[in-house]
Design a protein around this ligand. Structure first.
Ligand code: NAD
Ligand code: WQD
Length: 333
C-alpha cells in the first residue's frame, strides 16, 4: 500500500515524504519539477535509507498519472502539487487556474477510476481572506481572498467538498497551512525560492548570507504590539508530522474536514528578526519600508481542532525555525 505525494519533490512534500518513510509508510512521488530539483528524491532516500520512487509528470496529464496507479497500489494521496506565488498569480491568473484546478480535477478522476478514497489537500490560511477576528478557527467563514492564488485554494476546497458529498466512500482532509518556515535539521532539505524571495524567512536568510543587502520591513505602523505584521510561523517538520496524523485520521473518517495547521501563536516581523539574530549570533540590517499591498496586519491559527481530532501539536520553537533555516541557506549556496 503506497501514499502518493503529488508535488512531492517540493518544500513541504519532501519533508512530509521523510516523515512518512520514517513512520514506515511506502511513498511514491510525482512532480514535474517546475519549482523543485530532481535531486530531492535522492536526498529523501539518503535521509531515510528507504526508496522514494519519483514519476516525473504533470498531474494534469491523466495518462501519465494513471501509470502511477497502475504500477503502485496507491491507497491515499497527499496533493501538494500546485503553483503558490501570490504575486505571480496576480500577473498570470490563467496559469494558476489552469495548473492548480486542472491538476486537482484530473487527480480526482484518476483516483476514482482506481478506487483510491483518501485525499489530503494542501490548502492555505489564505482561504479565510481578511478574518473578522483572530485567532482564526475552522468554523469562521472562508472567502474574500485577495488574489487568484488564494482563490484557487478556495475553489479546490469547494470542489473537494462537493466530491466528498457525492461519494460517501471518499475521505478528504483540507489542511490549511499558516506560514511554513524552517528546514530539515540535516541541512539537506529546504525551500529554495526562485529569484527574489517574496516570503520573510528566505529573505532574512539571504540577507544573512550576504546575497541581499538588508531586509525591508513592510510596514511598522500596523495596529500590532511593535507595529509590524504578525503571522503564525510553523516549522515545516511540524507541518510534516501533521500530515502523518491527517493520513491516520482519514483512514477511519469519511466526508471532508478542514484543519488549521499552525502553532496558535502569532509573531511579528521584528520578533522573527530578533529570534533569528539570537539563534544564529548574527545581525540582520533592516529598513522600515511602506506596507506591502494586500498584507493583513495580523492573523494566526486557533490550532485546537487539530490537537483534539488529529492528536497533533507543534513542537519546534521560533528559534529552531530560524536555526534550521540558516543551516539550509548555508548548505544550499
Ligand atoms: P513547492 O513549490 O515547493 O512545491 C510544489 C511542488 O509541486 C513543486 O515541486 C512543483 O514542481 C510541483 N508542481 C506544481 N505544479 C505541478 C503540476 N501541475 N504537476 C506536477 N507537479 C507540480 O511549494 P510548497 O511550499 O511545498 O507547497 C506545497 C503546497 O502547499 C502547494 O500546493 C502550496 O500552495 C501549499 N501551501 C504552501 C504554503 C507555503 O507558504 N509554502 C502555505 C500554504 C499552502
Ligand atoms: C510574512 C510577514 C510581511 C517579506 C504568504 C502567502 C500565503 C502563504 C504563506 C501560500 C508579513 C513581512 C515579508 C519581506 C517583510 N503561501 N515581510 N519583508 O504574506 O503572511 O503569506 O506565504 O499559501 O498565501 O501570502 O508571508 O512571508 O510573505 O510575509 O516585512 O521581505 O513578513 O509584510 O507581515 P504571508 P510572508
Amino acid at each position: 500500500m503506497a501514499v502518493l505525494l503529488t508535488g512531492g519533490a517540493g518544500y513541504i512534500g519532501s519533508h512530509t515524504a521523510v516523515e512518512l518513510l520514517s513512520a514506515g509508510y511506502q511513498v511514491v512521488l510525482a512532480d514535474n519539477f517546475c519549482n523543485s530539483s530532481p535531486q530531492v528524491p535522492r536526498r529523501i532516500e539518503q535521509l531515510t535509507g528507504k526508496p522514494a520512487p519519483i514519476y516525473q509528470l504533470d498531474v494534469r496529464d491523466a495518462d501519465a498519472l494513471e501509470q502511477v496507479f497502475k504500477e503502485n497500489q496507491v491507497d491515499a494521496v497527499i496533493h501538494f502539487a500546485g503553483l503558490k506565488a501570490v504575486g505571480e498569480s496576480v500577473e498570470r491568473p490563467l496559469l494558476y487556474y489552469r495548473n492548480n484546478l486542472d491538476a486537482t480535477l484530473t487527480l480526482l478522476e484518476v483516483m476514482a477510476k482506481y478506487s483510491c478514497h483518501r485525499l489530503i489537500f494542501s490548502s492555505s490560511a489564505t482561504v479565510y481572506g481578511d478574518p473578522e477576528r483572530v485567532p482564526v478557527n475552522e468554523d469562521m467563514p472562508v472567502g474574500g481572498c485577495s488574489n487568484p492564488y488564494g482563490r484557487t485554494k478556495l475553489m479546490i476546497e469547494q470542489i473537494l467538498l462537493d466530491a466528498a458529498a457525492a461519494d460517501p466512500g471518499l475521505s478528504v482532509v483540507l489542511l490549511r497551512y499558516f506560514n511554513p518556515v524552517g528546514a530539515h535539521p540535516s541541512g539537506l532539505l529546504g525551500e529554495k525560492p526562485n529569484g527574489i524571495p517574496n516570503n520573510l524567512m528566505p529573505y532574512i536568510t539571504q540577507v544573512a548570507a550576504g546575497i541581499r543587502d538588508h531586509l525591508n520591513v513592510f510596514g511598522n505602523d500596523y495596529p500590532t504590539p511593535d507595529g509590524t505584521g504578525v503571522r503564525d510561523y510553523i516549522h515545516v517538520c511540524d507541518l510534516a508530522e501533521g500530515h502523518l496524523r491527517a493520513l491516520e485520521y482519514a483512514e477511519t473518517h469519511r466526508g471532508a474536514e478542514a484543519f488549521n495547521l499552525g502553532t496558535g501563536v502569532g509573531y511579528s516581523v521584528l520578533d522573527v528578526v530578533h529570534a533569528f539574530e539570537r539563534a544564529n549570533g548574527l545581525t540582520i540590517p533592516l529598513v522600515f519600508a511602506p506596507r506591502r499591498a494586500g498584507d493583513l496586519p495580523a492573523y494566526w491559527a486557533d490550532a485546537e481542532k487539530a490537537a483534539r481530532l488529529l492528536n497533533w501539536r507543534t513542537r519546534r520553537s521560533l528559534e529552531q525555525m530560524c536555526a534550521d533555516s540558516w543551516r539550509w541557506q548555508r548548505n544550499c549556496d
